[in-house]
Structure formats: C-alpha cells, structure tokens
Ligand binder design. Sequence first.
Ligand code: NIG
Ligand code: FE
Length: 402
Amino acid sequence: MYTLWHHCRAVTMSSGKYNLLSNAALLTHGAVIFWVGEYDELPDALITHRIDLGGRLVTPGLVDCHTHAVFGGNRAAEFEQRLQGVSYAEIAAAGGGIASTVRDTRAASEQLLLKQATQRIQALRQEGVTTLEIKSGYGLDLESERKMLRVIRQLGRELPIAIRSTCLAAHAVPSEYQGRSDDWIDHICNQLLPELYHEGLVDAVDAFCEHLAFSPTQVERVFQVATELGLPVKLHAEQLSLQHGAVLAARFHALSADHLEYLCEPDIAAMAQQGTVAVLLPGAYYFLRETQQPPVDLLRQYGVPMAISSDMNPGTSPMLSLRLVMNMACTLFRMTPEEALAGVTLYAARALGIEDRCGTLEPGKEANFVAWDIEHPAELSYWLGGTLSKHVIFQGEEVYYD
Ligand code: NIG
Ligand code: FE
C-alpha cells in the first residue's frame, strides 16, 4: 500500500546538498518516506495511489527552528520609537521590550493566544513549513509559562504541522524579581522547569545569555537542571555582545547556539568540536538595523553547520516569511542559496534534535515535502515574498494546495 508521487524533480538535501534528481519519484507508506530516487529505478511495490506533481520541484518540508510565535499584543509602537533613534536596549531598560510583551501575554486568554498564533503559523504553512519550534518566555511566572506551553502543545494537536516546544523561562527577569535575577534563576531551577517538564510541556530548554538578560553563570545553572531532567539545551548567544555563551552551549552539548553576531573564533572551534549547530537569524539583524554580521566565513571554515530561522517575535523579528529569511541570509550574510535551503531543512532539523525524522528526503523520514512551481531551487531564496508553493505534504497527506 504505497503512494507514488511522480512527474517531478527533487532536491533531497542529504548531507546539506541539493543532490538534484531530474526525473524523480517518491514512494510513501502512510506518514513515512519509503523510497526516493530517479523514476527509472523505482522498486517493485504495491502502488495504490499515483499523484502527478506536474513537473514541479520537490524539496523537504521546511523547518523553522527558532520562533516565539505565541505572544500577546505587538510592539509596532516601539518600532516607531526605534525609528526615531531610541535603541532596543534603551526601550528594554525603560520597561518596554520583552517586559511589555510579558504584560500582554499574561493578560491574554489561552484562546486568544491560540487564535493569534494560528494566524501567524498559517503564513508559514502556506510557504511550505511543516516543522516549527516555538518558545515560551513571555509568561515569566509559572502559570503564564504553563499557559504559553499549553498553547504550543494545542497548536501542535490542531494544525497539520509538527511543533516542538522549548521552555525559555530564562528570557528576561520578570518585574516581580527586578534586581533579584538569581532568585528568578533559583525559581526556574527548583520549581518552574521541573514542574512544566513533568507535565509533558517541554521538549528543550533555552535561555537568553546577554548583558541585558542572564550571565553565563546563571545560564549554566539552568542548563544543569535541564541536563538532569534529560532535556536538550540551546541558547540565545552573542546577539548584542560577546558573552561566551556559545562556548557554554558547546560544553553542554547544546543542539544549537543562536544569533551569534558577536561570536569569536575560539568559540567557533568549540562549537565545531561539539557539533553545535549555528542558528543565524537575519530577520532580527535586519529589523534591529544591526551592523555586526555573524562570522559566516569562519563558521564555514570550521565546518559548523548553519541553520537559519525566522525568530518570529514581536520585538526584534516580526517575521512571517521563512523564504524572506532565506533571501536575507543570502543578501545580508552572503550565504549561498544552497546553504540557505540546507539551513531551513537538514540543519534546522538538527538544531531541534530531530534530524532522524525530518529535514531531508530520505527513506524512513516523515513524508513532509513541498512541490514548488519553480525551475531551480535557488528561486526559493531569490523571489521576495509571494507563496510559490503549490503542494505541501505533511506526514503523507496533502495539507495545502493553491
Ligand atoms: O530572539 N533575543 C531575545 N529574544 C528575542 C527577542 C524578544 C523580544 O524582543 O521580544 C529574540 O530576538
Ligand atoms: Fe529568539
């Protein structure tokens, strides 16, 4: 009982390369890929359905591996302030920034958060995203972090997209703990994280390591508890300054270190040695009008796998298009379109610790793929905007068609 998807070309993205198949076919068995190759080499199988993909180009389903897609309100007013010269750090210091989204998120019902996040996720889905990570971190008390994580789980149940949930309680110091950031870290370590983990709400743990957030020493305590619980870790590191968070992440075998504009060469070597994925977030770089570029050449030179992601959030990257992020990775960071595609497929899956399940077109992986109405895969990074995708297949089922 196999479904044959044929009359297409395909880029498998195995090992992060296109590996173009010029007359491709895929055999799926339920939700799983059974075989991918040139049509001529199709194995004998009991084919019950044949689907003609009209000569389109098939890629793995896209993976957005770093988002804050659940939040209340928005920060368009701060955007206006920043355009008048007030910096992100100054806004944060005056009680805006993350703190203002925390107020709005605490005030919002689960239902409202669900509805608003669904709308944002639809935009990603229409562009071929089939796997998505979402972080908490705008609740910053046990109840509100739980509310965010429950919404994340519910989105995963309701929408035809795989969702990974990350606890980012160490995102900012909540107002109740102003001037007592170590006490907030204590609370995360002693109660919040273990409880939410035991409620089945957490797949991974993240933190914001920055002068306006938490020090490496504080992050290390959260990582220790995560490790004791058996949870993988990842880190917002070196976004606005060099704190050596990336080397801490590498030491804890983190899945990824993210942002990395200020990353230095010895820490790149540490990431390479531990296999830590570098998640680059050009949307935040662009939206904050940063000028310090992440060290893409050195990451390449050391063989650190690079993922890219939307960082969808209300403060630094109100980004609803992963393809626009691919374009920015090329135009702003000088990545190649092949690297950009690998960054939203194989390496994004690796940054979530689910490379065995998705990210490439290979037997045994989930049958998540997109048939695009394009000639060359570089077009995914080339076109600015628009929904190019025609067929989105999630776990063997067609979930979007226009
Ligand atoms: O990934 N860097 C920290 N966190 C988010 C921004 C959060 C916000 O400003 O709301 C980020 O850029
Ligand atoms: Fe982020």
